[in-house]
Design a protein around this ligand. Structure first.
Ligand code: NAP
Length: 284
């Protein structure tokens, strides 16, 4: 497994398994297939409602806890110092874990707060303060943010001495915020890419017919591995989601996949730019 170095000198696997929209009953099979292939990093979140199944699925494989990396995320409903702390304790109870490897603030905004309300900033800073304390206690090994754009990161850097280890953002050929990646990397924050496969869109026959770069890549072999490799070449970690054992195996091949320079350029300048998730840019 290739790893990226974090700003606290720990490491993170460059490839892991995403679990968004993985139903409770699908998790065990997917985690088991992933472990067999060599995945050791698993990404869940309070809002995915599968934290417990992810943790128990991992335990059932018999792989030692210290060899596995588990991420969860504090939901928008639990923003703010006290709610974040309480909710994380609850997550750990549900997961039956004594520590977590990475906890992220899922989104810069808070539930039921208008996009332009300064309360968003106050609440997410409260959440971050809670994460710093939990990290000092050793309950959380690494802390980070998700969907933070440059303005949110600047605010955070001004308010806190402690930098987040990770920023998990939407990053794929159809959503490539190059300036955010550069800003994170200049400031020692590892970027973890989500929806790297455009939720599967980039792998479809329909898109291969429309976009020559995708057609060309498909003819060369596993296109999913090549697209993941595209992100990894930018020193970004990836967490492709699949509940399907064959696809989990295909995606793992990203570690050994090759992608031509022409195809890298084709994906860098992909003609479609559209988010699969909400746009965090407007959140104050
Ligand atoms: P993704 O990984 O780009 O795509 C997942 C979709 O692609 C699923 O429908 C999957 O189908 C399909 N797929 C995966 N590998 C495939 C392959 N080799 N061939 C064909 N189809 C394939 O999208 P994502 O789930 O949005 O993102 C990945 C992870 O990032 C999430 O699961 C989650 O852990 C995290 N995430 C975080 C945030 C955030 O706000 N922080 C937002 C979104 C996602 P099957 O499962 O049916 O096989």
């Amino acid at each position: 497994m290739q790893r990226l170095r974090l700003n606290n000198n720990r490491e993170i696997d460059i490839l892991g398994l995403g679990t968004y929209q993985m139903r409770k009953e699908e998790v065990e099979n997917a985690v088991n297939a992933a472990m067999k292939n060599g995945y050791r990093l698993y990404d869940t979140a309070q809002v995915y409602r599968n934290e417990g199944e992810v943790a128990s699925g991992i335990r059932k494989t018999g792989i030692k806890r210290e060899d596995v990396f588990i991420t969860t995320k504090i939901s928008t409903a639990n923003q703010g110092y006290s709610a974040a702390k309480e909710s994380l304790r609850e997550s750990m109870k549900v997961m039956d874990e004594e520590y977590l490897d990475l906890v992220l603030i899922h989104w810069p905004g808070a539930e039921k707060v208008e996009l332009d309300d300064p309360k968003n900033k106050e609440l997410r800073h409260g959440t971050y303060e809670a994460l710093i304390e939990l990290q000092k206690e050793g309950v959380v090994k690494n802390i980070g943010v998700s969907n933070f754009m440059i303005s949110h990161l600047r605010d955070l850097f001004e308010a806190f001495h402690e930098r987040p280890q990770v920023n998990q953002i939407e990053l794929s050929p159809i959503c490539y915020p190059k300036e955010v990646v550069e800003f994170c990397q200049e400031n020692g924050v590892v970027v973890q890419s989500y929806s790297t496969l455009g939720r599967g869109k980039l792998l479809s026959e329909e898109w291969a017919e429309k976009y020559p770069v995708l057609k060309r890549m498909k003819q060369k072999g596993d296109i999913s591995a090549q697209i993941l490799k595209w992100a990894m070449l930018k020193e970004c970690a990836v967490i492709p989601k699949s509940k399907t054992p064959e696809r989990i195996e295909q995606n793992f091949k990203a570690l050994t996949a090759e992608i031509s320079e022409e195809d890298v350029e084709g994906l860098d300048d992909f003609p479609v730019q559209e988010r699969t998730c909400w746009d965090p840019n407007k959140i104050l």
